[in-house]
Write a new protein. Structure first.
Length: 257
């Protein structure tokens, strides 16, 4: 049986992740493997002030309160999973997120985690190092794959992601290919999909409002297939690359193979 590893963390949108996991279970027969990661660095990333008060991170009572809060959060998550019919054991680990996720991914087929409003350090690490397909869940839970988009620059990375997607989900036949300021005539990915008997609608965006219209179209999708981040993530951040911009600004869930 195929397995989807669902990663939760402190403050993650648990209902959105659970609903998405259940969709993959019911629609495609995935076994759900829930994982809660307690980030070993969590005390390092707490702001020095909270609600106008100075926080002493070395204060033992503060750390104890935080630990107690997280334990309560884990308990509620376990209860929520059972109420939704997910009887799999909730794995709880403490350490560096990527190190933990990497080990669990060895026995999984697909990784599911929250995209968030901005890419966290952990998310960036996963994107730069993952070795199996991932889905970053957006603002809304994934409950359908009727509207699947492909963000294409006809590069190797998006070709790889599309190849992974159509092999994992051969049932999906219809796609919308989105391009920005691009000529479609020589797009090899489009030719490849047509040879695989997929139906592809092409939409290109041009002009002064192209980026805004592009993101609006993305936000109407159930899922967007993208190529992965390059190793030069921070360079992409500085130069404002399109792919990174879509990842961070779109509300839609993203698949990367």
């Amino acid at each position: 049986m195929k397995k989807v590893l669902v990663v939760f963390g402190e403050g993650s949108k648990k209902n959105v992740l659970i609903d998405s996991a259940i969709f993959f279970k019911e629609k495609f027969g995935y076994e759900i493997v829930p994982l809660y990661v307690k980030d070993v660095r969590r005390d390092e990333i707490i702001p020095a002030t909270m609600d106008g008060m100075i926080v002493n991170l070395s204060n033992n009572s503060f750390s104890q309160e935080r630990d107690a809060f997280e334990e309560e959060e884990v308990k509620h998550l376990q209860e929520k999973l059972k109420l939704r019919g997910i009887n799999s054991v909730l794995n709880v680990e403490f350490g560096f997120p990527w190190d933990i996720i990497k080990e669990y991914m060895k026995l999984a087929d697909l990784l599911l985690f929250e995209k968030g409003e901005a890419l966290s350090e952990s998310a960036v690490t996963v994107l730069k190092n993952h070795f199996k397909p991932i889905v970053m869940v957006g603002e809304k839970a994934i409950t359908s794959l009727e509207k699947v988009g492909i963000s294409s620059d006809d590069g190797v990375k998006i070709n790889k992601s599309v190849f992974s997607f159509i092999n994992i989900f051969p049932e999906i036949k219809d796609f919308v290919m989105l391009t920005l300021l691009y000529k479609i005539e020589d797009n090899t990915l489009l030719k490849y999909l047509k040879e695989k008997e997929k139906v592809v609608e092409w939409k290109n965006f041009d002009g002064e409002t192209a980026k805004e219209e592009y993101l609006n179209e993305v936000n109407n999708l159930d899922l967007l297939i993208m190529g992965n981040l390059s190793r030069g993530y921070f360079f992409e951040k500085i130069t404002g690359k399109k792919g990174l911009n879509i990842m961070e600004k779109s509300q839609t869930s993203i698949f990367i193979g």
